[in-house]
Design a binder for this molecule. Sequence first.
Ligand code: HSE
Length: 432
Amino acid sequence: MPEVKPIRVAVLGCGTVGTEVVRLLTDQAEDLRHRIGAPVELAGIAVRRLNKDRDVPRELLTTDAAGLVTSDDVDVVVEVIGGIEPTRTWLLDALRSGKSVVTANKALLAEHAADLFEAADSSGADLYFEAAVAGAIPLLRPLRESLAGDRITRVMGIVNGTTNFILSAMDATGAGYGETLEEASRLGYAEADPTADVDGFDAASKAAILASLAFHTRVTAGDVHREGIAQVSAADIAAAKGLGRTVKLLAICERVVADGTESVAVRVHPAMIPRSHPLASVNGAFNAVFVEADAAGEMMFYGRGAGGAPTASAVLGDLVAVARNKVASGRGPRESAYAALPVQPMGNTPTRYHISLDVADKPGVLSQVAAVFAEHHVSIAAVRQEGRTEDASLVIVTHAASDAALRSTVDKIGGLPVVREVVSVMRVEGEE
Ligand code: HSE
């Protein structure tokens, strides 16, 4: 191979992912040199504290991240620190000074993608972020590149391993949310502070990134309707099982067409899906994303969504891509937000509900309940009643209606004197 200028890489962060990135860069240096057409060299690793035990070359460590990202000796910045500030400032400075950036930072991209892309455009740098969504699974590149000629209509997936582990365990054991979360923490599947995962923040950031790419529209985390899994009860899981369904925390990005006008709806919430749906068999900490496009049809992407090595695999893939672009004096895809579709509020989004009620077992109860649905223009798809001695269990599944109409229906039904208890309310996805 003729002598070519090496690609010099700065790594920000040396936690689980950063350590794996450094290890892969070192162990695979020779292969990477062939794949890229130039050697890749580490210029420095920015850390907060120098005196921690780490499995990386000590001489590369620095606490001066701000200096490293703008250094003339750096071509590409790999960011695996996370957080918004000061990371945002460092990446903006890096991009403005012409360094390509590879980042795994979903929260940053879900809030500040516009600024980051603008900074990349100002200098002609690349911004790649495959590791930000669904870890090792090649998903953003297919949306951004492979499917760029198609019209994507829906992206629906399990993009958070912690919550999938908890819901899978609840489904397997019948246990409640609280005790299953404790078990997940004990086994190391949930963080000491699990808020970002269980309250759906992590999935909402990922949904914003997926929707932006799928629909060529700027979607931020604030545009995403978010519900976590803390309210999912053992009764919800049992109700789902009784209907041949299971409960998953889904990130759903949809193109909605109403009266000839297109918009997008982006949401994260628990939902019942049929046990026969491909996403139902995704268990434990795995991720999977189901994509529907006009010409391609249905596709499913499955694999490890978190962890040092899987995330580092996605980072390295991006690093190879931006390094190849540098060698070719070219550039990868820029932000594509030309469609600028409006984002629907959740209340306008069409959804379907499953509602399980304990009711009095006497004449006219079913008609009173059905009248509330009719009043809100919600069509019932299926009803199942099981009588007991003095009361009955009533399970209703609706057709699609606006989420606001369904919410109002449930509120009013809960107040009917013949309804003893609303046992379970959950959205239904993956059918019809
Ligand atoms: N905390 C995430 C999860 C992984 O549980 O899937 C990082 O996005």
